[in-house]
Design a protein around this ligand. Structure first.
Ligand code: G6P
Length: 369
């Protein structure tokens, strides 16, 4: 088994460190930066249907649902198609309004999640086109969908999803840019720019992993907190949700992810000197607004841990701890900002003596309702 872990103590750590490669594998043969082109062979025959769709519904569970939420932000921004993200378990029992004009995208690492499979069946009965985004080749979901895109992250053993998540986000980024390319919602020049930058993301993830020791140090400081809050806006919001889920899954610390601006409608009541608040505070369109949220937390003596853009000074002066990530187009923020949060959860869980690869009560794949 230690051989399988590739010298790492846990599968989760091995899989976190595999991400430069898994994200690269996911893009291989699919992006052509110099030509500003994305090719997705698996869904090619549905290109017209996709670009003309009035609505895309993304269905998923757990971490895959968070990837789906990044898909909503990406596809609406770049492909200009209305997207709804649904929990498969809610969708299936709600008599959902679906027509043959809808595209349903099912996102699933295992391709076996019972609720997601059932939701697909309902959408199918109502005539929707079903596309799958799965990791396990030949699993049940890819078999029942009309077409799809594999994430190619390789086998994921750790119950808490890491590299499968970033691969799902990568595929959804590719789909958003694919739609933009075919609909003309992005100019060829902008597509070239974005794909050129996307091509550098695996190297940037590699750089980020060098912060492992720094992050372990921060984990030592907050490992005994009973609660933790994760806040982000825009592309940082799904990252906050995923950061919180990861922490609660493996460390059993109660954690909540929230849109930063919603803090004042509830979570602010919880903030005191015991409460670590993790902010996604990179330089993007919501930077200044997130800064004012940080000030609100500091005014209540919360402990601020901020994910910031390399070279940031403003947030650094306010936060208790900062983790820098390389500068990038905000569309790629989820692919970068997620990594330090995975490491933070991992180290906190290890320091609390938790079984990070097999957390209590959780299963890798939930094949029953
Ligand atoms: C379980 C796993 C999660 C996963 C979720 C959905 O809860 O522990 O890591 O995100 O199921 O699984 P799927 O295979 O459909 O992505």
């Amino acid at each position: 088994e230690s051989l399988e872990k590739g010298g790492f103590e846990h599968f989760m750590m091995k899989e976190i460190f595999e991400q430069p490669r898994s994200v690269r594998d996911c893009m291989r043969g699919r992006i052509f930066p110099l030509e500003g082109k994305v090719e997705l062979g698996g869904i090619k025959q549905y290109t017209d249907k996709l670009k003309n769709a009035e609505r895309i519904i993304i269905i998923a569970c757990g971490t895959s649902w968070h990837a789906g939420l990044t898909g909503e932000y990406l596809i609406e921004e770049y492909g200009r198609i209305k997207v709804e993200v649904e929990y498969a378990s809610e969708f299936r029992y709600r008599n959902p309004i679906i027509t043959d004009k809808d595209i349903v995208m099912a996102v699933s690492q295992s391709g076996e999640t019972a609720d997601t499979l059932a939701a697909i069946e309902i959408a199918k009965e109502r005539g929707a086109t079903i596309l799958g985004i799965c990791n396990v080749v030949g699993a049940s979901i890819p078999r029942v969908t009309d077409a799809g895109v594999y994430t190619h992250a390789g086998p994921e053993i750790g119950v808490a999803s890491t590299k499968a998540f970033t691969a799902q986000v990568t595929v959804l980024t590719l789909i958003a840019l694919y739609i933009a390319q075919h609909k003309g919602t992005l100019t060829p020049a902008k597509l070239i720019n974005m794909l050129t930058e996307l091509d550098t993301i695996p190297d940037k993830i590699q750089l980020l992993l060098q912060d492992n020791d720094l992050i372990e140090g921060i984990a030592t400081k907050i490992k005994d907190a009973p609660n933790c809050l994760f806040l982000g806006r825009g592309f940082g919001f799904p990252v906050a949700l995923e950061g919180a889920l990861k922490l609660k899954e493996i460390s059993y610390i109660h954690a909540e992810g929230y849109p930063a601006a919603e803090m004042k409608h509830g979570p602010i009541a919880l903030i005191d000197e015991q409460m670590p608040v993790i902010f996604i505070a990179t330089k993007n369109s919501s930077y200044e607004k997130v800064i004012s949220n940080i000030q609100e937390v500091k005014a209540r003596k919360g402990i601020v841990i901020a994910i910031v853009t390399q070279g940031d000074v403003k947030v650094k002066n306010m936060a208790d701890y900062c983790i820098e990530i390389p500068d990038a187009d905000e569309a790629f923020l989820p692919l970068l900002a997620t990594i330090p949060l995975q490491l933070l959860s991992y180290h906190i869980a290890v320091k609390r003596g938790c079984n990070v690869d097999q957390p209590r009560n959780l299963a890798k794949s939930v094949t029953v309702e």
